[in-house]
Design a protein around this ligand. Structure first.
Ligand code: IMJ
Length: 260
């Protein structure tokens, strides 16, 4: 353990199991001495995070919060303030949702309801969390917000569909939030991870073949690991990244630089 994150409290959302990118970021944060607080979507995730913490020998609070519910987010930030003495150094936004039937076939078939669901749960939640965390981040003298995005925001990835449009909105939101909050020394960035077999990706048809092909085409000639993404999230949350805001950092073994 080092002291890179000593004295910093960081909220980690979006852990579902041991493959979750957010879990690997939490392990990295713990390794560097941060006080980690978890928030989970439902009781099922509460049980699995409890089990993960036990097996890793980490002790940390686990709060229940559906981030699409602004009252629940406000209440959670109140609880975090009580745990941390009113200060928060940053948080990880690691959540997305679209109707499964809209993550296959043509984008043109997206329903208005499906469009709204994807944007509310994958983009608006970043605004809600940022707004509610703002006083706690200010009390810490500034902070760092990190979200997770994907190449489908700027290139067409078959079947990614409405999630691609939502991630484009998320990356633009990162820039606008970075502008709003920069004057308060709050940084906002995203990490664009290469394809990883997490729960969010495993449900998708053809994922295994795609992960393999991306690995073969990427400069590093291998798959990216969630631990590598977690270490970059940690970097952005740390003071090493104090000059970086509004940015998207790719952790994809270099795949996105290729033209062919
Ligand atoms: C998701 C769909 C289509 C192609 C995809 C993905 N590729 C990758 C993903 C190539 C890597 C995973 N990803 C980056 C996501 O953002 C996934 C989001 C997602 C996944 C599901 C699955 C189950 C469900 N709804 C979902 N909503 C969002 O019901």
């Amino acid at each position: 353990m080092s002291d890179l994150m000593q004295g910093k409290t960081v909220l980690v959302t979006g852990v579902r199991n041991e493959r979750s990118i957010a879990w690997h970021a939490a392990v990295a944060l713990n390794r560097e001495g941060a006080n980690v607080i978890f928030s989970v979507y439902a009781e099922r995730e509460q049980a699995s995070v409890t089990r993960l913490l036990d097996s890793a020998g980490i002790s940390a609070p686990i709060l229940l919060c559906d981030a699409t519910n602004e009252e629940q987010v406000q209440r959670m930030m109140g609880e975090i303030g009580e745990i941390s003495g009113g200060k928060l150094s940053g948080f990880i936004h690691s959540m997305a949702f679209a109707n499964k039937d809209e993550l296959t076939g043509e984008y043109i078939a997206t329903s208005q309801d499906g469009f709204n669901i994807a944007n509310v749960s994958s983009v608006y939640t970043l605004i809600t969390l940022s707004k509610a965390a703002r006083p706690l981040l200010n009390a810490a003298g500034g902070g760092s917000i990190v979200t997770l995005t994907y190449l489908g925001a700027e290139r067409v990835i078959p079947n990614y569909n409405i999630m691609g449009v939502a991630k484009a909105g998320l990356e633009a939101s990162v820039r606008y939030l970075a502008y709003d909050l920069g004057k308060e020394n709050i940084r906002v960035n995203s990490v664009s991870a290469g394809p990883i077999r997490t729960l969010a990706a495993r449900a998708i048809a053809g994922m295994d073949a795609m992960v393999k092909e991306v690995a073969e085409k990427s400069p590093l000639k291998r798959e990216v690991t969630p631990a590598e993404v977690g270490d970059t999230v940690l970097f952005l949350l740390s003071d090493w990244a104090r000059g970086i805001t509004g940015e998207t950092i790719y952790v994809d073994c270099g795949y996105h630089i290729m033209g062919f």
